[in-house]
Design a protein around this ligand. Structure first.
Ligand SMILES: [Zn+2]
Length: 229
């Protein structure tokens, strides 16, 4: 059962200042497999359902790092003004299912767009929303709902590499390129996937600087070319 793997903490909300209950996932999880875009499938629980923290009072939602980080006054003002007018009313759930998880990501994405957070950050939220459908969908039809979000992630990563200054947190520009290539592949868009990954395969520096990423990109690229035959 999921509750053996979660616990509840209380954290101050960066927007309204009230203390909200937050469900966290214990760290020891058994991995079943990891996909090309780093989506990991776990045996007993789906930690992606709990990635987004939601304030049970005002409805602010963000990933843990953003929720705990210092929030500029300007952002606080924008969000409070919005949240006063719109009753978000996200009920606290000690166990989240797919609908609650999806709703939490949609809120986080909405606020990150309102605050014009980096394209790379937004891409990461869309990518994880895709993972929520892939790992949490009960059948193929529900799992396929990941596609528009993979598309969005691929586009935003590509745009981010052109417009933003890297590294962004731990994310390098090569990693962002790799992720957009992997997203295209998983959507079944083979040509854009090959084109995107080729940018990395041809990069001799990458081989020295990020050898693991280089190998992964090359392995995926070779797999795709094999599949295409
Ligand atoms: Zn709040």
């Amino acid at each position: 059962m999921a509750e053996e793997h979660t616990y509840v903490v209380r954290k101050p909300c960066p927007v309204c200042g009230e203390t909200s209950r937050i469900v966290k996932v214990k760290s020891r999880l058994i991995v079943e497999k990891t996909d090309w875009d780093y989506c990991t499938h776990y045996r007993d629980i789906n930690p992606y359902f709990y990635t987004i923290w939601v304030c049970e009072h005002c409805g602010y939602a963000a990933d843990e790092n953003t929720f705990l980080a210092y929030m500029p006054e300007k952002h606080k003002k924008t969000l409070s003004e919005f949240l006063v007018k719109h009753k978000v009313g996200f009920k606290f759930h000690e166990q989240r299912g797919l609908p609650e998880a999806v709703a939490s990501y949609k809120l986080a994405i909405y606020y990150s767009e309102m605050l014009e957070e980096s394209l790379a950050h937004r891409a990461g939220l869309y990518l994880k929303l895709a993972w929520v459908y892939r790992t949490g969908g009960k059948d193929d039809e529900e799992k396929a709902e990941e596609k528009p979000y993979l598309q969005k992630a691929a586009e935003l990563y590509t745009e981010s590499v052109m417009r933003e200054r890297y590294p962004i947190g731990p994310l390098t520009d090569s990693m962002a390129i790799y992720l957009s290539g992997a997203c295209y592949y998983l959507m079944g868009e083979i040509e854009p996937a090959i084109q995107t990954l080729s940018r990395l395969i041809g990069d001799q520096d990458l081989r020295d600087v990020e050898p693991k990423l280089y190998d992964r990109a090359r392995d995926l690229w070779q797999d795709i070319r094999e599949e295409r035959k």
